[in-house]
Design a protein around this ligand. Structure first.
Ligand SMILES: *Cc1c(COP(=O)(O)O)cnc(C)c1O
Length: 391
């Protein structure tokens, strides 16, 4: 066997021994909350998706993707700055800017790439990125890609954030998740915005999990906090969560978007999003505005879930969002719980390091607007029984 194979096998074995090995399972959607997988005889109720509003199976989105009558091409054919810029891209960007009450928006292929591209573009040599320690992997990786210095602060700790900002040189980008993806808690937007303005830093919020979910109009955590474009100039969102699709956007002042079009390599050197996807993204944005009852049902379900957990003595991490983590600690215990719940008809993925810090493996339960009361009550009953025997 060659050296490289030997080394890869050895690293994989070590990963497996620590119960950290990843394996791929295929799932098909039966409906908004039920998924089918070859390993299970019956469909499972999915409590591990980010399709919070149940849009991913909505006929309007499927219709937009498959029919899109105005389209004469599937692919964009090139990057936006070459010949790949289609009127649909520009229409969606204008609609996004309008929805979020901001000057302009820019589409990206994914949220992961948007974060890499934006941080790399903004924080050059001599600049700095200050970010919450529990930020999403893409914000961490964006900071690694950027030439600027990375300073992290303790989770939600505004004083530590201020101390780090004091140390930071040059153009300072203060970056945070809005709703934290593995914890479900929320960044203190008003405090961060005050800090950013005191320190003349540029505040960036990645609200992947807040958009569509929080705020009276679904504009996310910034709407809930009453924060404008002036308070938080850089807002990043993804179409992969509440919009039920894939793709992402950055929205903010004209000068920011202009700058990104000139310096964000992850946007410049990448093919523009396929047109049927853009048509579906527009349909999702319309639905998100036209059907606020989805958001209301989601919040009623979150409240029912939390109430039932409390009554059953299940200790969840503090969260008012669809992300409701049950901290387990040990990775192999979390995996055992996942398997146990699957036998009961529920799919809840165990989240293990390095996705979360060491010894904080958890069941990351996510709630959808389309869950029924019986799904929620059934899951709670199964978790209560399982934690009695498994933990
Ligand atoms: C999911 C997620 C991303 C990545 O978005 P994709 O569009 O899935 O690549 C970025 N940031 C946060 C906070 C996320 O939860």
């Amino acid at each position: 066997m060659s050296l490289w194979q030997d080394l890869l096998r050895q690293r994989l074995r070590q990963h497996r021994d620590q119960h950290l090995e990843r394996r791929l399972t295929a799932f098909d959607a039966v409906d908004a909350t039920r998924i089918r997988t070859p390993g299970a005889p019956q469909p499972l109720v999915n409590f591990s998706g980010n399709d919070y509003l149940g849009l991913r199976t909505h006929p309007a989105l499927l219709n937009a993707i498959t029919k899109a009558p105005e389209l004469t091409a599937a692919g964009a054919g090139a990057a936006r700055l070459i010949s790949g810029n289609h009127p649909l891209h520009e229409q969606l960007e204008q609609e996004l800017a309008g929805f979020f009450q901001r000057d302009a928006a820019l589409l990206f292929s994914t949220g992961y790439v948007a974060n890499l591209a934006v941080l790399q573009a903004l924080a050059g040599r001599g600049d700095a990125i200050v970010q919450d320690r529990l930020c999403h992997a893409s914000l961490i990786d964006g900071a690694r890609l950027a030439d600027g210095r990375l300073l992290r602060y303790r989770h939600l700790d505004v004083d530590h954030c201020a101390a780090q900002l004091n140390k930071a040189p040059g153009l300072r980008v203060l970056a945070s998740d809005g709703v934290f993806s593995m914890d479900g808690d929320q960044a203190p937007i008003r405090e961060l915005s005050a800090l950013a303005s005191q320190h003349d830093a540029l505040l960036l919020i990645d609200d992947a999990h807040g958009i569509g979910v929080l705020g009276n109009n679904g504009r996310g955590l910034l709407e809930q906090a009453g924060a404008t474009q002036t308070d938080v100039p850089v807002l990043i969102g993804t179409f992969g969560k509440a919009f039920g699709l894939a793709g992402a956007f950055v929205t903010g002042p004209d000068v920011l978007i202009d700058y990104l079009r000139n310096f964000a390599r992850g946007w410049i050197y990448s093919t523009a999003p396929p047109l049927p996807l853009v048509a579906a993204q527009r349909a999702a944005l319309r639905l998100l505005q036209a059907e606020p009852e989805r958001r209301q049902r989601l919040h009623a379900n979150i409240a029912e879930f939390k109430q039932a957990a409390l009554a059953a003595g299940i200790n969840l991490l503090p969260s008012d969002t669809p992300i409701q983590p049950l901290l387990i600690g040990n990775a192999s215990t979390a995996l055992r719980l996942q398997h146990h719940l699957q036998q009961q008809g529920f799919y809840v993925a165990a989240i293990r390091p390095p996705t979360v810090p060491a010894d904080t493996a958890r069941l990351r339960i996510t709630i959808s607007a389309e869950h029924h009361s019986s799904d929620i009550q059934g899951l709670i009953t199964s978790i209560a029984a399982a934690t009695r025997t498994t933990c």
